[in-house]
Design a protein around this ligand. Structure first.
Ligand code: ZN
Length: 204
């Protein structure tokens, strides 16, 4: 199992990091070893000083596919979840400045918070009109509407499958909306899709 992450998929988040709006989706991979085991606290590693949360809707791939046309992409997933793309922002900025790959800042142990359960997509009338949110210590810090994605879920699956063969169980992190910020020791993060609590984690 692998995780394919999409960067810069919400215009407001691109602005807050002062990134350029890309012509194509920005992709990177996290290995299966990045997944935070269910119910474990998130221990921040000591190789960086500034860790950021990025709440993202997750799509779970249900079968093997490559070169998937956008109009068939809906056949490749049945469930959606929620996660956090944990990012070592200071390290990422250092690597970006040097033009080096981001991997160390994005794919380290426990850098992928994945909700312990997923919701059937049939629960939703329109997948491109889902509201999700992240609370830090009881305060809402991020909220997103999938309607604001620059590339919609089916377009992402098609694009990703041009480069990476998708396999059953792979997860696609579909990008974060505005509001990213620091994760610090003792913070508690709770994520929601609509009003359903999807995960609750403690930072250590
Ligand atoms: Zn992200």
């Amino acid at each position: 199992m692998k995780i394919i992450c999409v960067g810069r998929n919400y215009a407001q988040h691109i602005n807050e990091l002062q990134n350029e709006k890309p012509d194509e989706p920005v992709l990177f991979i996290k290995p299966d070893s990045a997944v935070l085991p269910n119910k474990n606290p998130l221990y921040l590693p000591d190789f960086a000083n500034e860790f950021h949360y990025e709440a993202e809707l997750i799509v779970k791939i249900n079968k093997l596919g490559k070169y998937i046309a956008p109009e068939f992409a809906h056949r490749y997933y049945d469930e959606i979840g929620l996660g956090i793309d944990v990012t070592a922002r200071d390290l990422q900025n250092k690597l970006k400045t040097k033009g080096l790959p981001w991997e160390k800042a994005k794919a380290f142990h426990n850098s992928a918070v994945v909700s312990p359960f997923f919701l059937p997509k049939s629960n939703f009338f329109d997948l491109q009109n889902i509201h999700f949110s992240l609370f830090k210590n009881g305060h809402k810090v991020q909220e997103g509407y999938t309607a604001d994605m620059l590339w919609k879920i089916d377009e992402l699956i098609s694009y990703i499958s041009t480069f990476f063969m998708l396999k059953k169980g792979d997860l696609i992190f579909t990008g974060t909306p505005a509001g990213v910020g620091k994760m610090e020791i003792n913070d508690e993060f709770v994520g929601y899709i609509e009003d359903i609590e999807m995960f609750r984690i403690r930072v250590k």
